[in-house]
Design a protein around this ligand. Structure first.
Ligand SMILES: CC(C)(COP(=O)(O)OP(=O)(O)OC[C@H]1O[C@@H](n2cnc3c(N)ncnc32)[C@H](O)[C@@H]1OP(=O)(O)O)[C@@H](O)C(=O)NCCC(=O)NCCSC(=O)c1cc(O)c2ccccc2c1O
Length: 278
């Protein structure tokens, strides 16, 4: 447990959402299903991430799973809820088949704030991809990682495959997907899949420590770094994100403001006052 005083935010059915001291915490709350997600779970997570994005006091989001369950087992997330899998995806309350976790993956990657996965127990299937797309992963000693797709009739060929290969290398990524084995926290650390491993009782406190350290640094620098890391993998969408941050910084300058002001005052802009820097 950590020493921060979490304030509950909103009322959700499948997640818990808290904030404290510049940190938001999103907890998948379906421990009876090893925190497997349904479309409703993803919609609620997306809503909470959007709130965290829009809250200027929040700089870091912790993503975790509720637990342990009554059988004593922990889970970060066991992927898509197979009991409501229909012909073309996971069925929502209206019976519409969805793969909306793909939208959530992009939302986490393009969030201009740091997302840290806190993994205790299983991070499996689509749950494994969720921790993968977070900026950092802190694992508990009992964490178990793996993909199951080819065993249960699914696969994630997007970030789940290509970004995994960027992180652990092509050979290891192919092993993970083709063999569907499970890996311990120590093995995950060895292959660079997680940043650190701590005792399960220390997981949240360690996440808060990392978050506080990040919060002591420059928000704009972290924002630009995140989009620069993304740009390396995300093609034109990644470049758009990175360039968007350049535009944001430019808008903050007097030079940019002069252009806007001149237009509003119906006069020619005076850009001569600004240097052509070396
Ligand atoms: C995670 C496990 C290895 C845990 O094993 P353990 O023995 O500890 O626990 P149980 O198996 O007994 O589970 C306890 C309880 O939870 C239920 N449960 C667990 N996982 C799920 C699940 N994913 N869906 C539904 N229910 C689940 C289980 O049935 C038990 O309930 P009881 O009522 O019987 O008590 C092990 O549980 C396991 O292997 N789980 C399945 C993991 C899995 O295959 N996940 C799905 C992979 S596919 C996926 O996630 C996916 C989702 C997407 O939305 C995609 C979108 C686009 C592309 C790809 C996608 C994708 O691949």
């Amino acid at each position: 447990m950590s020493d921060v005083l979490w304030q509950p935010i909103d009322c959700y059915s499948d997640i818990l959402y808290h904030k404290a001291a510049g940190i938001a915490k999103i907890t998948i709350n379906r421990p009876h299903k090893r925190n497997a997600f349904r479309p409703q779970t993803i919609a609620e997570m997306s809503h909470a991430f959007e709130d965290a994005r829009n809250d200027p006091s929040i700089g870091v989001v912790l993503l975790t799973g509720a637990g342990p369950h009554t059988d004593g087992k922990y889970a970060f997330c066991a992927g898509g809820d197979q009991s409501i899998r229909g012909e073309a995806g996971y069925l929502d309350a209206q019976g519409v088949a969805r793969l909306n976790v793909l939208d959530l993956q992009r939302q986490i990657r393009s969030l201009p704030k740091v997302v840290i996965a806190l993994v205790a127990g299983y991070a499996i299937g689509g749950g494994h991809v969720l921790h993968l797309v977070c900026d950092l992963t802190i694992a508990a000693e009992n964490a178990i990682f793996g993909q199951t797709g080819p065993r249960v009739g699914s696969f994630d060929g997007g970030f789940g495959a290509s970004y995994l290969a960027r992180i652990v290398g092509q050979k290891k990524a192919r092993e993970i997907w083709f063999l569907c084995r499970q890996y311990t926290a120590a093995q995950a650390l060895e292959m660079g899949l997680v940043n650190t491993v701590v005792p399960v009782a220390e997981l949240e406190a360690e996440g808060v420590r990392w978050a506080k350290e990040i919060l002591g640094h420059s928000p704009l620098a972290i924002r630009c770094l995140k989009s620069a890391f993304n740009a390396d993998c995300d093609g034109q969408a990644g470049l758009q994100e990175l360039a968007g941050n350049a535009t944001l910084l430019y808008y903050l300058s007097q030079e940019s403001a002069e252009g806007k002001q001149a237009f509003l005052e119906k006069r020619p802009p005076n850009f001569q006052q600004f240097p052509w820097r070396p």
